[in-house]
Design a binder for this molecule. Structure first.
Ligand code: RFL
Ligand code: PHB
Length: 402
């Protein structure tokens, strides 16, 4: 069978937030890319994932001209609630950070907006691309091969964006001795539901409870997104809807009385929790971005935001290379991203440790958590640190030049 040969400047594997934002930002700088994605368009546009966008991510999407629907439909939140020992405590992030906020807007809506923008401006995305493989990225002429609609394809390019998530092929294509992995697996997971029920609070509630952690989030004023800590290998079949609601009601209980609004559960699933970093994030002309390079536990709501921060740097680095042949930013890509990645790793680990129930604890862990939560909710300095990290570090950390 004849192979279809294509040529582009940047070949991108993965049409998640990292791959799509990268493709769009490159386009804005006049750089051509082709994206290949193993799933269908419908699948990636309906996959329920993240929901919390840092101020910097919102600003990036707005500046890139893909923020119209997010501005109309996204929910801007100025605070979050930490709930423990039967009482709620609001962290006023807006006031503590001098006006920074988060926006609740579903990841798959961002994906929809970006796919529409790419296709509208003539961008090429191959959905349902099978058997993707990357080649020759240690030299000057990398290639991507894949199958699509029964045909074999080859894309010749100058650079490859490895944006194919944690289970993708790009990271594994790098010689083992060139990478170092850092990993921490947590002894629990999250059971998440999407429910047709009005959120019981206007803002997110992170609840530390002796039965386990629970989080109330939302997608719209009519749709709740709620999580509860469970075993990492929890069987979803063991959780009929009534059991989920009963457990959630207990974990959000308050001395003054509080009930979540219940409604039909539209979707449910279990996610294991891990912290993971692959270093460096570059090998030759292959650049890893987003979950392909790092995973954070979702307690800090950082995964999608890190993916956006990575590709922002990468698009600048690539644009500089094409513009003036300047390699410096490209050479520093990994180092610049990893600094933010490790800050987010620390914050996500810290939130996770403060809020989850650890099995086998003799009570010391729980008492320590209560003391920490007491500190965070009564010390302005501690609350400010949480608020700064949650709303997001500035895009350009000290010492970075863009
Ligand atoms: P993605 O989204 O996994 O996209 C990778 C894409 O690559 C495709 N792919 C391939 N394509 C071609 N060939 C192959 N061989 C391929 N292998 C894979 C995949 O089909 C997919 O389309 O990675 P990306 O772009 O790096 O984006 C990262 C985010 O998706 C992730 O970090 C967040 O969803 C994490 N996350 C959260 N992040 C936040 O910032 N705020 C949150 O509130 C938040 N909540 C969450 C989360 C993740 C969760 N789960 C399900 C893990 C809540 C949960 C429950
Ligand atoms: C979500 O709305 O899906 C969400 C919110 C906050 C988190 C994680 C997930 O920390």
């Amino acid at each position: 069978m004849a192979q279809q040969r294509l040529r582009t400047q940047v070949g991108i594997v993965g049409a998640g937030p990292a791959g799509l934002i990268l493709s769009h930002l490159l386009h804005l700088q006049g750089i051509d890319s082709i994206v290949i994605e193993s799933h269908s368009r419908q699948h990636v546009e309906t996959r329920i994932r993240a929901g919390v966008l840092e101020q910097g991510t919102v600003d990036l999407l707005n500046e890139a001209g893909v923020g119209d629907r997010m501005r109309r439909e996204g929910l801007v939140h100025h605070g979050i609630e930490l709930r423990f020992n039967g009482c709620g405590h609001r962290i006023d992030m807006y006031e503590l950070t001098g006006g920074r906020a988060i926006t609740v807007y579903a990841q798959h809506e961002i994906v929809k907006d970006l796919i529409a923008a790419r296709l509208e401006s003539g961008g090429q995305i191959f959905f349902e691309a099978g058997q993707a493989a990357i080649h020759d990225f240690d030299g000057e002429s990398p290639r991507i091969t894949f199958r699509h609609a029964g045909e074999e394809y080859e894309i010749a390019c100058d650079f490859i964006g490895g944006c194919d998530g944690f289970h993708g092929v790009c990271r594994d294509a790098i010689p083992g001795e060139a990478l170092r992995f850092y990993e921490k697996v947590y002894p629990f997971g999250w059971l998440g539901i999407l429910a047709e029920a009005a959120p019981a609070s206007r803002e997110l509630i992170y609840s530390n409870h002796q039965r386990g952690f629970a989080l109330m989030s939302m997608r719209t004023p009519q749709i709740s997104r709620v999580y509860l800590q469970c075993r990492p290998d929890e069987e979803i079949a063991a959780w009929p809807d009534e059991r989920i609601w009963e457990e959630l009601q207990r974990r959000f209980e308050m001395s003054g009385g509080f009930r979540l609004n219940e409604g039909p559960i539209l979707q449910k699933g279990v996610t294991a929790m891990r912290s993971f970093v692959a270093e460096p994030m570059q090998f030759g002309r292959l650049f890893l971005a987003g979950d392909a390079a790092h995973i954070v536990p979702p307690t800090g709501a950082k995964g999608l935001n890190l993916a956006a921060a990575d590709v922002r740097i990468l698009s600048h680095a690539i644009a500089r290379w094409y513009g003036s042949g300047d390699m410096e930013l490209m050479a520093r890509y990994s180092e610049i991203c990893l600094r933010r990645v490790w800050r987010a790793q620390h914050f996500s680990w810290w939130m996770t440790s403060m809020l989850h129930r650890f099995e086998g604890g003799d009570g010391f862990e729980y008492r320590r958590q209560l003391a920490e939560l007491d500190h965070v909710t009564t010390s302005r300095a501690a609350a400010t640190s949480l608020a700064e990290n949650y709303t997001g570090l500035p895009f350009d950390l000290p010492g970075e030049r863009l």
